[in-house]
Ligand binder design. Structure first.
Ligand SMILES: [Zn+2]
Length: 184
């Protein structure tokens, strides 16, 4: 089921620390439903990631997928489902890039955030198997953003410069100008 209205900044659910899932929770059809709702809602809204608290479910699950769109210049990423994730390594090197969020003015506001360039994350799959993934580039940034949601943190908590906040139209224009300058 696609969730039409995501909780927005100011809703206490977005500030709670989400709960780990037990092996029993993984077998619960409710968990499968949450995952399906996350995937459907992410795709319907054109997001590159979404975390369970954004559907009002305070559990440690998020999904990530980068599909091509007309305006998107990100590297494509397959669908990945992260359950009980733990980031256990972060590069010293950091990058600053613009982010938005479906739970902050419905994804219509963007601002610069500093993130670790690379990370290593461990997570469960739905069968309870543990996986390890090293992420760099876009994927690293998206994963850190979604992971923050599980700890009640929003990207607006981490803005490097409030004066650089942009609305949707100015953000698109900035991206377009940037890519134009890259082509020269
Ligand atoms: Zn978000």
């Amino acid at each position: 089921m696609v969730i039409k209205k995501l909780p927005q900044i100011g809703d206490p659910i977005l500030r709670k620390r989400a709960k780990n899932l037990t092996f029993r929770d993984l077998r619960d059809p409710r968990t499968k439903r949450i995952i399906k709702d996350l995937i459907d809602t992410m795709r319907e809204r054109g997001l590159v990631g979404i975390a369970a608290p954004q559907l009002g479910e305070s559990v440690r699950i998020f999904v990530v997928e980068v599909r091509p769109t007309k305006v998107r210049k990100l590297e494509l990423e397959p669908l990945r489902i992260f359950i009980n994730p733990r980031i256990n390594w972060k590069s010293k090197q950091t990058v600053v890039d613009y982010e938005g969020c479906g739970s902050v003015l419905n994804g219509k506001i963007f601002g610069p955030v500093r993130r670790h360039k690379s990370i290593v994350i461990e997570y469960d799959d739905i069968e309870g198997g543990r996986h390890k993934l090293k992420a760099t580039g876009n994927l690293s940034i998206i994963v850190q953003h979604e992971y923050d949601h599980l700890n009640g943190i929003l990207f607006t908590d981490k803005l490097t410069d409030n004066k650089k906040i942009l609305d949707y139209d100015h953000y698109l224009k900035m991206r377009k100008d940037y890519h134009k300058s890259q082509r020269k």
